[in-house]
Design a protein around this ligand. Structure first.
Ligand code: SF4
Length: 334
């Protein structure tokens, strides 16, 4: 990229950047939490939740000290709960091995649970001012268009090419601003559809813009067809408590989370159907037939099952899928 284009991009960023909560006071902890939350979740969904999470867990020690279920509850509705569990595990590691201070060495940061090359690049460049590159979907789209690179965003060869270009481009001075400028351009002007090339600081030298059809870059990836998942789940209620089920590490979906029991897992007779719940989790189309259930006489419960008072259900059922079931069940009882 020409020096003039790089300078134009930085000028544009410093003038136009959005005032996002994680850009104020970019400490390593704040940048880390924001980057983990922003993986697979939109800025609009993360912004209102971010400060709440930080006031609940203001630093690494507070996060490490909290029970995992409290962290999952605070994450409720953001999806991809492995992120919250990794955040919690990494906080414990920071306290145990690094005296509670977020480490600033690239190897150590990349070794933290849930921190990949991209997230490490973001934390190190933004919070520590280190000359570390980053590449995400936004950066791949910009580079594919600017340089006219072939391949889809999922192609390993295109990703390697983008990382190699990013390594060369990231400056010694203000690497965090440079990386954020790329991400900001991808999130605002260089959008996947209808990019705003007319006001883009890179348009002078952008190959795709000059070719007249920037949306052709990167090439479309082969779409995975959605996998249907059908469950019958039971609402089993007794003396103001509801039977919940702790899903295991081996589950395909919603691993390690509490949920309503699937009918085949508990010794219960399914009764009246009360709702059909539809929900998408990654590329799975989940449909739940929610039924009332009653335990068979003298049934002994497996260790994964537990009775939870109705007033405490929201502390356990953190996924949006189960929250939909809760709402449907409450609506039935009105
Ligand atoms: S000119 Fe258009 S396609 Fe090229 S980088 Fe800018 S917004 Fe993206």
């Amino acid at each position: 990229m020409k020096p003039s284009a790089r300078a134009a991009l930085l000028r544009w960023y410093r003038r136009q950047r959005r005032d996002l909560p994680w850009r104020r006071d970019p400490t390593p902890y704040r940048v880390w939490v924001s980057e983990i939350m922003l993986q697979q979740t939109t800025v609009a969904a993360v912004a209102p939740r971010y400060e709440r999470f930080l006031s609940r867990f203001p630093d690494e020690a507070a996060l490490a000290d909290a029970p995992q279920q409290d962290v999952l509850k605070e994450w409720s509705g953001l999806g991809y709960y492995a992120r919250a569990r990794n955040l919690h595990r990494a906080a414990a590691e920071i306290v145990r091995r690094h005296g509670g201070r977020f480490p600033g060495e690239p190897e150590t940061v990349r070794a933290l649970p849930g921190v990949g090359r991209y997230t490490a690049g973001a934390i190190l460049s933004i919070a520590f001012g280190k000359r570390e590159p980053l590449v995400d979907g936004n950066v791949i789209r910009i580079f594919a268009r600017y340089y006219g690179l072939a391949g889809s965003a999922k192609d390993a060869a295109l990703q390697r090419e983008c990382w190699s270009r990013a390594e060369k481009l990231v400056p010694k001075e203000s690497p965090g601003d440079w990386n954020q400028a790329l991400m900001e351009l991808g999130a605002t002007l260089c959008a996947p559809d209808a990019p705003s090339c007319a006001i883009c600081p890179l348009s002078r030298d952008c190959t795709a813009f000059r070719g007249g059809d920037p949306e052709q870059f990167p090439a479309p990836a082969q779409r995975r067809s959605p996998v249907p998942v059908r469950w019958t789940c039971l609402w089993i209620e007794h003396k103001g408590r509801v039977l919940l089920w702790k899903r295991s590490e081996k589950e395909r979906l919603l691993k390690n989370l509490w949920g309503l029991p699937e009918s085949q897992r508990v010794p219960a007779a399914p009764g009246r159907k009360t709702a059909t719940i539809s929900h998408t989790i990654t590329h799975h189309d989940v449909e739940i037939a929610l039924r009332e259930g009653s335990l068979r006489k003298d049934a002994s419960l497996p260790p994964e099952a537990s009775w939870v008072p109705k007033s405490k259900l929201r502390d356990y059922l953190v996924s949006s899928l189960w929250l939909k079931c809760l709402r449907a069940s409450a609506a039935q009882k009105r």
